[in-house]
Design a binder for this molecule. Structure first.
Ligand code: DMJ
Length: 626
């Protein structure tokens, strides 16, 4: 059990309250000045500004902050080049390397488009000859051992290889037009294609790129079987290859045809790759599920908003998330997203850092869907889907998605700001607000709990959508539940007041993950509210303070202490995603406009396109209905 379980909130000091009060006034005014006309879900309240450094109003501050992120990227990348190239990832404490992703130098492939966006042309140029020589063979791994001395597997994990390598090549090609990048993307797309040789068309776990042999059981994980559509579709559009197109299209068709009516139209976690049907009822936006939900909206966006199958799946899924997976915590009324188990769809009240991509996704949907929120095919919904639809009918969906996005992104921020290290735990268990006032509070096991003994699986709490209904029925006074002013609370090691906390930590490690700053970037672009930049800057400062090493940046544990304890690990997504989103968040120019580009789940931007008549005919794509 983590000692974080026994941490308690400390009262805010009078000095910090005074300081906060004075900046609230200034920043609220700034907020309204910066607010675009299109974002006005409830003009009578304002979201909470965090404690803000007054110097951030100066004109050059954000450019300087973007430069600092660029320097961080260079520090990490040069550390990899010096100590780990041509291997996959740098071990930033021992200056050794690891080969967890095929040994082809994943850090370089994952970093290519970030280099272009940051104007790091020397680094990009140095990478091209290595890509020229790449043959995507696994034979060099034959004698490699992992850190525990075990032989490294002789297969390329399909999902990770697609999102990091294929996504990286395609995006760098789109930004640079270097022909070798597309050639290698095409090679890799073909070498990985045997994974799709299943009855359903969903890909298997892994491929041996030397033999074409496929590894993995006939049970697939949602995120791994349904997060390749963007990459294979864009590859098809660039190469004109129907083979590539068909790979993505079969995945989309299999999802669209799967029977998920008793899950309210949302896709669960485990799938039978022969039948193409779900095998359990676990509904989650976290690990093993996340990017599959993301790709529904993004595939619709990538292909110029004409793909009705993906639109329908996205609308159904978000209806279910909004009505079944969102809850409020008991102390600060934090909005959180959890998962429901196979047993009667009970919520676990667990919230993962991985789930912090959801606010960004909801904001992106609110920004782009417009009147298409009304396009849901209601007669095709099952009973459960219809119930969600009815529960949402009273609401303006665009506002609801934006409020959910704001509340969730605030919770994701507080999971950082609450810790002495300023870095968020990978997993927490939330204490839900009880269903009705006066009902015995849900507290048993919380203070002395932990991953095993805590409240997971017990106590239903009040669904956000029910609290929203009461708020609306009561005249919609003040901020909607879970949205608006929220302050950090610093925890101490004394367990006496543990029942006052909103959550306890299940996993007190920060793996340099991007999801929270990814959502801040989209929130900033969609709402124009500077609060998201400020919060992103706080997180970057914590990353610099707690995770920087002589050669790179390290994952950390013991987050409730500063300095936190560093671990010998620097994932490639730190360069591909975390630093890219921070750079884009601070950069004064809109380098990747959201109406022109779509980010794959590894933050590699692909340009939005529309199919030409010839491509429609060649690939067999029906004309859009409107
Ligand atoms: C990234 O590799 C991708 O974003 C993936 O979809 C899940 N999360 C990791 C980083 O946390």
């Amino acid at each position: 059990m983590s000692s974080a379980t026994n941490m308690i909130p400390k009262r805010l000091s009078a000095r910090s309250l005074c300081f906060a009060a004075s900046v609230v006034l200034v920043v609220t005014t700034l907020y309204y000045l910066a607010l675009p006309d299109s974002y006005s879900p409830a003009p009578h309240w304002a979201p909470a500004p965090p404690i803000q450094d007054e110097s951030s109003a100066l004109p050059d501050v954000w450019e300087d902050r973007a430069e600092q992120v660029k320097r961080a990227f260079l520090h990490a990348y040069r550390g990899w080049e010096t100590h780990a190239a041509p291997h996959d990832e740098l071990l930033p404490l021992t200056n050794r390397s690891s080969d967890k992703f095929n040994g082809w130098g994943v850090t370089m492939y994952d970093s290519l488009d970030t280099m272009i966006l940051m104007g790091l042309h020397d680094e990009f140029e140095r990478a091209l000859p290595m890509i020229e020589q790449a043959n995507f063979s696994l034979l060099s791994l034959e004698k490699s051992k992992d850190r525990k001395g075990r032989p490294v597997p002789q297969h390329a994990p399909f999902f990770e290889t697609v999102i990091r390598y294929l996504g990286g090549l395609l995006s760098a090609y789109a930004l640079s037009h270097e022909p070798i990048l597309l050639q290698r993307a095409d090679d890799l797309g073909r070498l990985l294609a045997p994974a799709f040789n299943t009855t359903s068309g969903f890909p298997k776990y892994a491929v041996n790129t030397d033999t074409g042999g496929v590894t993995g059981s006939n049970t697939g994980i949602l995120a791994e079987i349904a997060s390749c559509q963007l990459e294979y579709t864009f590859l098809a559009q660039l190469t004109g290859s129907k083979e590539h197109f068909d790979k993505a299209d079969r995945v989309i068709q299999a999802l669209a045809q799967a029977d998920v009516t008793r899950r309210g139209g949302m896709f669960p976690m485990r799938w039978n790759l022969v039948a193409g049907q779900p095998m359990d009822d676990i509904l989650s936006v976290g690990a093993a599920a996340d990017s599959a939900h993301e790709y529904l909206l993004k595939q619709w966006l990538l292909t110029g908003q004409t793909d009705d199958a993906n639109l329908q799946m996205y609308l159904r899924t978000t209806n279910h998330i909004l009505t079944h997976l969102l809850y409020l915590s008991d102390d600060r009324e934090l909005l959180y997203v959890t998962d429901t188990s196979s047993t009667a769809f009970l919520p676990s009240h667990k919230m993962e850092h991985l789930s912090c991509f959801l606010p960004g996704l909801l904001a992106l949907g609110a920004h782009t869907l417009g009147d298409r929120f009304a396009a849901l095919d209601v007669p095709a919904l099952g009973t459960e889907g219809l119930r969600s639809h009815r529960a949402l009918e009273a609401h303006d969906l665009r506002s609801l998605h934006l409020w959910a996005a704001e509340g969730l992104a605030t919770t994701c921020y507080l999971m950082y700001a609450d810790q002495a290290s300023g870095l968020a735990p990978d997993e927490v268990t939330m204490r839900p607000r009880p269903k009705e006032l006066g009902v015995l509070r849900f507290a048993a096991g919380f203070a002395g709990g932990g991953a095993e003994g805590g409240p997971a699986g017990g106590g239903r709490g009040e669904l956000w959508i029910d609290a929203m209904k009461r708020w609306k029925d009561g005249g919609a006074e003040g901020a909607p539940p879970g949205v608006g002013m929220k302050y950090p609370k610093r925890y101490t090691m004394d367990g006496a007041l543990a029942k006052e906390t909103d959550y306890y930590t299940r996993r007190d490690e920060y793996f340099l993950r991007p999801e929270t700053v990814e959502s801040f970037y989209i929130m900033w672009r969609v709402t124009g509210n500077p609060i998201w930049r400020e919060r992103g800057w706080e997180i970057f400062e914590s990353i610099e303070r707690e995770t920087k090493t002589d050669s790179g940046y390290a994952s950390v544990k013991d987050l409730y202490l500063s300095p936190a304890t560093q671990k010998d690990d620097m994932p490639s997504y730190f360069l591909a995603e975390t630093l890219k989103y921070l750079y884009l968040l601070f950069h004064e120019d809109d380098l990747v406009p959201l109406d022109k580009w779509v980010f794959n789940t590894e933050a590699h931007p692909f340009p939005i396109f529309t199919w030409s008549d010839w491509e429609r005919r060649k690939f067999g794509i029906a004309k859009p209905s409107s």
